[in-house]
Design a protein around this ligand. Structure first.
Ligand SMILES: NC(=O)c1ccc[n+]([C@@H]2O[C@H](COP(=O)([O-])OP(=O)(O)OC[C@H]3O[C@@H](n4cnc5c(N)ncnc54)[C@H](OP(=O)(O)O)[C@@H]3O)[C@@H](O)[C@H]2O)c1
Length: 322
């Protein structure tokens, strides 16, 4: 079968499609014919050898997937539509996916949407509910809001009854964030003043930061009293921001780390609980991932280059079969 592999971690241009043996499922694994693979930020970092995990090459890329069950343990039927997630290894025609990280895909969502869901939406749910303690009626400011985690965060925040303010770098991305459900979209340049103006000077309750770097200090300044700044990622790659803790004391605000994988991977059943929390949002339509571009399997590396060059709108997906 075909799989997308890193043979040497020298970047997305060197990612290859190659023949590998079909997987043999172990106990507790679901064998799935993959229809779509989502393009994720960790794929990009893995292709460059810059991720916290350093698998020995050659290894298969692919974090999120959607497809049809071939066989599986109790709870999974052949022919059932599913989505799933792993650290890597899912960019292949067939995968063996642990039951705990394989989720029933509602009929209302396409395979493209299914492949856009697991990592970003489970991260958003973990960030907002578990780490951010988001309450109905609060205001959430979302950085990188037209990207994968950003659009997911907008939709999950709306699902929890919050107001979502999107921060984006271009007008085109503002339109994507609004279409995803953001109540307002503001440009990166001057976002702190815009956020204060939109909240009558009060500030926002939660900031979700996937960008890091230069936006960090102004994000702290955009918080209301008792606000929470959630550190989710460093897409800008400008180095890790530092916080002067007197700002936290003076303004009664928190900075909280969000490491979804580190938390969820070691708690069996946790991701399935998260998926259950998201299901009503999927069924009501508030969670419906915006798909940016669709690529063929051979275009996996191209999709990663587009992500690296900041051209990605919403989530990119790769077609494996129809
Ligand atoms: N903590 C966790 O558990 C967790 C889980 C999943 C992902 N993450 C992290 O979250 C981050 C975002 O992932 P994603 O899938 O949302 O990525 P994405 O779809 O590429 O979106 C990232 C956004 O960041 C902004 N950005 C600013 N500077 C950038 C740069 N130099 N290169 C690329 N984007 C830049 C872009 O928005 P503008 O152009 O509008 O600024 C872009 O839309 C990554 O660092 C990823 O590793 C963390």
């Amino acid at each position: 079968m075909r799989a997308v592999q890193v043979v040497q971690p020298t970047g997305p241009a060197d990612v290859v499609v190659t023949d590998v043996p079909e997987p043999t499922p172990k106990d507790g694994e679901v064998l799935v014919d993959v229809h779509r693979v989502g393009i994720s930020f960790p794929d990009l970092l893995l292709s460059k050898g810059q991720y916290q995990l350093r698998p020995e090459p050659p290894f298969t890329l692919g974090v999120d997937f959607a497809g049809v069950v071939v066989s599986g343990p109790a709870g999974f039927e052949p022919g059932q539509r599913v989505a799933g997630v792993a650290g890597h290894g899912n960019a292949a025609e067939r995968v063996a996916s642990p039951a705990d990280t394989t989720f029933a895909l509602p009929d209302s969502l396409s395979f493209d949407e299914g492949a856009a869901l697991p990592m970003n939406y489970l991260t958003a749910q973990f960030a907002l509910a578990e780490r951010g303690r988001l309450r109905e009626g609060e205001t959430v400011l979302v950085h990188g809001a037209a990207g994968g985690v950003g659009t997911a965060t907008i939709q999950v925040a709306k699902g929890y009854g919050a107001r979502a303010i999107a921060v984006v770098s271009t007008k085109e991305k503002a339109a994507i964030a609004r279409a995803a459900g953001a109540d307002e979209a503001v440009l990166l340049d001057g976002f702190k003043d815009a956020a204060l103006e939109l909240t009558g000077g009060r500030g926002v309750d939660v900031v979700v930061d996937v960008v890091g770097g230069a936006v960090f200090t102004d994000s702290l300044r955009a918080l209301a009293t008792q606000g929470r700044l959630l550190v989710v990622g460093f897409a800008a790659g400008q180095g890790i921001p530092e916080v002067k803790v007197n700002r936290l004391l003076l303004n009664n605000v928190d900075v909280r780390g969000v490491g979804w994988g580190a938390f969820a991977m070691v708690r069996p059943g946790y991701m399935q609980q998260q998926w259950s929390a998201l299901l009503p949002m999927m069924e009501s339509g508030v969670v419906k991932p915006p798909i940016g571009s669709t690529y063929e399997l051979e275009g996996f590396g191209r999709a990663l280059i587009d992500m690296e060059e900041r051209r990605t709108l919403g989530k990119s997906v790769v077609r494996v079969r129809d």
